[in-house]
Design a protein around this ligand. Structure first.
Ligand code: NAD
Ligand code: UFG
Length: 340
């Protein structure tokens, strides 16, 4: 079976992908510097799958960390989740974001090349489409117009990957543009565990549900949408995890560089999401209408045809499943992965 190196494998999306891979009998090696995740994730992965992935505490910017892993393991494919991802923080600390995300990706690719590993999957984002001229977007839509340094790191890394695939045909690269991953593993053992006040909608709502926050602030109800709130394509993190398995299989065809949007194809408003969580909760969730948030686009959701046709990817969960599983995780782990 294939050996997959998962960078950022103890993070939110990485950990769910690791579970998916282990369940399908892939061998998994993780490198993570634990800047935004906890060791306890490994116990949870083991509890769910009965297997403990090989873990290296290390940094993708550190060549020694990487070369040790490539020497000790015959890696077939690298999935690069490692990176900083907080939009607001990236505006305040652009250099840290460019250094961690872009320099990190370049060092990782260089070390892969040195060690004859040429299969690479990259966590990109729907944010590379900026404010799309129309929805749904497909993979041919123009990229650019990112509104923050975080988004720009994704855009630049995509560009680097395209140049690399052009220059070095041995590389096979799959760029996955995630829409809005939410939800948690149905076991309630793994989920999203943001530091401090959550920036994103779903973890903010679950913290209101568990009593850690007073109410949800809805950032604007005067957008040009049916209920006035922004529309996004929310995708269950377990569906997203499975998308990486589809991508690994695609790389066997030596496709050069390929790009897929990963979403459900369905746009949901902030109120749609709030109502899905209320259904899971069985009671109303307090909210208030607040000012628009800078940088938010009115609507972004994807066409699903390309991923479905070329890699057989199809999301199976809807927003009610996402809300149920996110709530189950938060309820069972009110303080995330912290020891109680
Ligand atoms: P996360 O923060 O939970 O996971 C990222 C992991 O990478 C963390 O465990 C962190 O400790 C680790 N890490 C960071 N820098 C590192 C470095 N230099 N070396 C080693 N490890 C490092 O984030 P996530 O939500 O799981 O996102 C995973 C990837 O997907 C990120 O690249 C993110 O930008 C991308 N993405 C996320 C979303 C989203 O909404 N969550 C959307 C689109 C794209
Ligand atoms: N929202 C609120 N209140 C909150 C948080 C969010 O009303 O407390 C609204 C936002 O205004 C937006 C929607 O909920 O309309 C979704 O916001 P998120 O912050 O959850 O998600 P974004 O679409 O802004 O961005 C997310 C990730 C980005 C990623 C992007 C596309 O944060 O990193 O999805 O993948 F690039």
């Amino acid at each position: 079976m294939k050996n997959i190196l998962v960078t950022g494998g103890t993070g939110y999306i990485g950990s769910h992908t690791v579970v998916e891979l282990l369940n399908l009998d892939y061998n998994v090696v993780i490198i993570d510097n634990l800047s935004n995740s906890k060791m306890m994730v490994l116990d949870r992965i083991e509890k769910i799958t009965g297997k403990r992935p090989k873990f290296y505490k290390g940094d993708i910017r550190n060549r020694e960390d990487l070369s040790k892993i490539f020497k000790e393991n015959q890696i077939d494919c690298v999935i690069n989740f490692a990176g900083l991802k907080a939009v607001g923080e990236s505006v305040r600390m652009p250099l840290e974001y460019y250094e961690n995300n872009i320099y990190g990706a370049v060092v990782l690719l260089e070390e892969m090349k040195k060690n004859n590993v040429f299969n690479f999957i990259f966590s990109s984002s729907a944010t590379v489409y900026g404010d799309p001229a129309s929805v749904p977007v497909d993979e041919t839509f123009p990229t650019g117009g990112t509104t923050n340094p975080y988004g720009t790191t994704k855009l630049f890394i995509e560009r680097i990957l395209m140049d690399l695939a052009h220059a070095e045909p041995k590389f096979n690269i799959c760029i996955l543009r995630y829409f809005n991953p939410i939800g948690a593993h149905p076991s309630g053992l793994m989920g999203e565990d943001p530091n401090g006040i959550p920036n994103n909608l779903a973890p903010y709502i679950t913290q209101v549900m568990v009593g850690k926050r007073e109410k949800l602030n809805i950032f604007g109800n005067d957008y040009d949408t049916p209920d006035g709130t922004c529309i996004r394509d929310y995708i269950h993190v377990c569906d997203l995890a499975y998308g990486h398995v589809c991508a690994i299989k695609k790389l066997d065809e030596n496709p050069g560089v390929v790009i897929y949007n990963l979403g459900t194809g369905k746009g949901s408003s902030v109120f749609d999401i709030l109502h899905a969580f209320e259904k899971a909760y069985g009671k109303p969730i307090p909210y208030a209408i607040a000012e628009r948030r800078a940088g938010d686009v009115t609507a972004n959701y994807t066409k699903v045809e390309k991923a479905e046709k070329e890699i057989g990817f199809k999301a199976k969960y809807d927003i009610n499943d996402m809300a149920r599983d996110a709530w189950n995780w938060q309820k069972n782990n009110p303080n995330g992965y912290e020891e109680k």
